[in-house]
Design a protein around this ligand. Structure first.
Ligand code: UDP
Length: 378
């Protein structure tokens, strides 16, 4: 079938986690060739996004480059709406695909709705139940739900959350594409170790010590939460059997506090954000994960790494139910005591360190690509 006669699917994304979770879907749809895929990046977070595209071998068809330093949510939302509307008018897609909970996903769905273009939502149905945690992601997701006609729920829990909002048609439990991305990337690293070799010197330096991988970037943790997290890291790093690997998100709200509280503490390797294969390698190397990230909460259980989540609520309860994740909030005393328990109590550690894939089996993209193509009667 020629590209022009195939149904046109526009896939829109703007941040690193969206790129990680959509590249397997884009690659699968492109390989199968049943639909003509156009990828559009809005580039909410330019630097982090480009690394993922490079690893995945993806060249976006449309690159809006809407990143502005210190942009407000208002301005970002307004610029996205105008720019994505123009892309849709120019490309006239038969379906739009968005992922997750970002401004790009929410506005992409809205712009499609204004043009009566059907929307598929990848990673549908995650809910914390609190509109301010995660903020503004919880509401971004909820806005996509009544617009989309295809809802790719990663788990039964997510499908049940949609059902509670009376979204029951077009819901498919597919697994989370983050597991597809993880397995694909691990296989590539296994074939070519140089893809993740930059961590070798750090791993060598940390040999013999328990390694804690830290990531933090959540907006609602900026301010007091970040200060508490920094103090907790300093106290944990004071133990001589511990080393901390901390790829730092480029947001200045993170760096400024860490500079002040941690200074140049030798057991804390504060490094630039890792590209995706290196981050997967870091997850494999570490003993414990301390994070406020959504995606990392999904990846760590798949690798059997205990994950302590520095948040009070989560829209990803599956890791907690599976026993590989715990919510520890952002109080420094609490974080320190939870980390020490894991390090010092072998029973607690081994109960949490079980490889578990509550988020998917690595086949989510195949299911999603098939359902989208079948939807056109192909
Ligand atoms: N990640 C990465 N390099 C890093 C830190 C994280 O590639 O230095 C990946 C990680 O594997 C996960 C995703 O980024 O898939 C999570 O992104 P982030 O924490 O920024 O966003 P969230 O998942 O909270 O929306």
């Amino acid at each position: 079938m020629s590209a022009t006669s195939r149904p046109k699917v526009l896939v829109i994304f703007g941040t690193r986690p969206e790129a990680i979770k959509l590249f397997p879907v884009i690659r699968t749809m492109a390989d199968e060739g049943r639909v003509a895929v156009t990828s559009c990046v809005t580039a909410q977070h330019r630097g982090l996004l480009d690394q993922v595209l490079a690893i995945a071998g993806l060249e976006p068809d449309v690159d809006l480059d809407l990143m502005e330093p210190g942009q407000t949510l208002d301005r970002l939302t307004a610029r996205l709406l105008v720019a994505l509307g123009e892309v849709m008018d120019a490309h006239r897609p038969d379906r739009v695909v968005v992922q997750g909970d970002t401004a790009t996903a929410m506005v992409g769905a809205l712009a499609a709705y204004y043009r009566k273009i059907p929307v598929a939502h990848v990673e549908a149905g995650l809910r914390s139940g609190d509109i301010y945690h995660p903020w503004p992601e919880e509401v971004n997701r909820r806005i996509v739900a009544p617009i989309a006609d295809l809802h790719f729920a990663p788990t039964q829990t997510a499908a049940a959350a949609l059902a509670r909002e009376n979204v029951t048609t077009g819901v498919h439990v597919t697994g989370n594409t983050v597991i597809d991305a993880l397995l694909w990337t691990r296989a590539r690293i296994a074939q070519n170790r140089t893809l993740a070799a930059d961590l070798d010197p750090v791993a060598g330096r940390f040999a013999g010590r328990r390694t804690i991988l830290v990531t933090t970037h959540r907006r609602e943790n900026f301010g007091d939460g970040m200060e508490q997290i920094a103090r907790a890291i300093a106290r944990i790093a004071a133990r001589d059997d511990v080393a901390i690997l901390f790829p730092m998100h480029p947001n200045p709200n993170v760096g400024a506090v860490m500079d002040r509280v941690l200074g140049d503490c030798g057991s804390v390797a504060r490094i630039a954000p890792l590209d995706y294969p290196h981050f997967i390698r870091a997850l494999e190397l570490c003993d414990v994960v301390l994070t406020d990230s959504g995606g990392v909460q999904e990846e760590a259980p798949a690798l059997g790494k205990p994950v302590l989540v520095m948040r009070d609520t989560t829209e990803r309860p599956e890791g907690i139910a599976a026993g590989t994740a715990r919510l520890v909030g952002t109080d420094a005393d609490r974080i320190v005591s939870e980390v020490f328990t894991l390090l010092d109590d072998k029973g607690v550690y081994s109960a949490m360190a079980r490889a578990h894939n509550p988020f998917g089996d690595g086949q989510a993209s195949n299911r999603i690509a098939r359902i989208i193509a079948d939807g056109f009667g192909l």
